[in-house]
Design a protein around this ligand. Sequence first.
Ligand code: NDP
Ligand SMILES: O=C(O)C1=N[C@H](C(=O)O)C[C@H](O)C1
Length: 251
Amino acid sequence: MGTEAVRAVEAADDLELVAALGRGDDLSAMVEAGAEVAVELTGPESVLTNLEFCVRNGIHGVVGTTGWTPERFDLVRGWLADAPGTGVLIAPNFGIGAILSMRFAREAARFYESVEIVELHHPDKADAPSGTAVRTAQLVAEVRREAGLGAQPDATSTALPGARGADVDGVPVHAVRLRGLVAHQEVLFGDAGEVLTIRHDSMNRGSFMPGVLLGVRRVPGAPGLTIGLEHFLFDQPGDPVGGRSHGTDVE
Ligand SMILES: NC(=O)C1=CN([C@@H]2O[C@H](COP(=O)(O)OP(=O)(O)OC[C@H]3O[C@@H](n4cnc5c(N)ncnc54)[C@H](OP(=O)(O)O)[C@@H]3O)[C@@H](O)[C@H]2O)C=CC1
Ligand SMILES: O=C(O)C1=N[C@H](C(=O)O)C[C@H](O)C1
């Protein structure tokens, strides 16, 4: 992802690549190079150190690294509270189709008694379930709560550990790791006599780059923490998903 992002920024006429850092490189190289925005694509074990450095130095952050928890988001909010004017976008998925599929899942959620998510990725992925699946489950669960839908039907009384997936906000999420895959997700909705499947496939990492570039262009104008690229994609006035006020959390 980092290699693709470097290529994408270099190819963009309106952006300038001033630094490209890898493991072990001195983060202060970003400050010395005058970086305005940093794109963070490493792993769950290093993202916090890198992002804290950026925020403390007034460098806006576009973060694709996954493995986030509510406690980790709170840490970022704490740093940003001391850095008014600095923006951080944390995007569980930069793929336009993935963001659309999350939106479609939100739309469908109130109509179905059952919902489960299957995410499928390459076996080099560190975190499970994927950030996208966690985010999708949370969005679906929020809509189910608002619609007054209760717990899902499930008569399972005996199961091997993991057989019913991870419980994310009441939504079972199943993670497949398979050589040959890139990044894929199915959201399965079920009700009496019908099943709706919303599937998205990322065929290569280049597919994430338009979203990365959108984040880089937009984050300087969005102080505070923004979770989800949809807030930059769907920001027409009156749009309930994208409407945002600058300087506050947007999730
Ligand atoms: N939001 C989105 O749309 C997407 C998000 N992702 C997420 O982005 C992250 C990266 O994915 P991917 O590129 O596939 O993973 P890779 O493992 O292929 O690449 C991660 C890179 O980060 C480097 N790295 C590790 N630690 C540090 C550090 N402290 N400082 C600088 N570089 C470091 C690694 O170096 P080394 O080779 O030495 O280990 C490696 O080159 C993951 O969290 C993944 O889930 C991925 C795809 C899309
Ligand atoms: O690690 C990956 O590859 C991906 N990670 C992100 C996630 O965890 O959702 C986005 C995409 O699925 C690819």
